[in-house]
Design a protein. Structure first.
Length: 135
């Protein structure tokens, strides 16, 4: 008798869920049908990236790559480094803008150097990476 009541209770719950639409296979979420207001747009401001306006010196950048320990995390054939923590720069071939952005602001495990290096040093380091990789 107890088993019958348990089975009946289970069936009632299943039917209730089906009729409520919970098991109809449709995915629901808390997304509104209509967005009220405006959606912010991406900005391309480079005011916080002063090195973008500078011309880098790759020779000075090579010395900075070594002195700041970049090779301990990054692989870069020109520097003879084969770090495996950060991206392989030879494969990534970053653009000058990307290199300046990452050096200045960091991302993920990459520390920000914007408060440790001068804008010219960041430009030099970025130029070295770009020239070395053909980025």
């Amino acid at each position: 008798m107890r088993r019958t009541l348990s089975l009946l209770a289970f069936l009632l719950v299943a039917v209730a869920l089906l009729t409520a639409g919970c098991l109809d296979g449709k995915q629901t979420g808390a997304t509104p049908e209509k967005v009220v207001g405006t959606v912010p747009t991406a900005t391309t401001s480079t005011a916080d990236l002063p090195a973008l306006g500078l011309k880098g010196d790759a020779t000075a950048g090579k010395a900075l790559f070594v002195s700041n320990g970049c090779g301990s995390c990054h692989t870069l054939a020109a520097a003879g480094s084969n770090g495996a923590v950060g991206p392989n720069l030879d494969q990534a071939k970053p653009s000058y803008e990307l290199a300046v952005t990452r050096l200045t602001k960091g991302q993920g495990g990459m520390p920000a150097f914007g408060d440790r290096l001068e804008a010219q040093q960041i430009a030099d380091l970025a130029q070295y990476v770009v020239e070395s990789t053909g980025g």
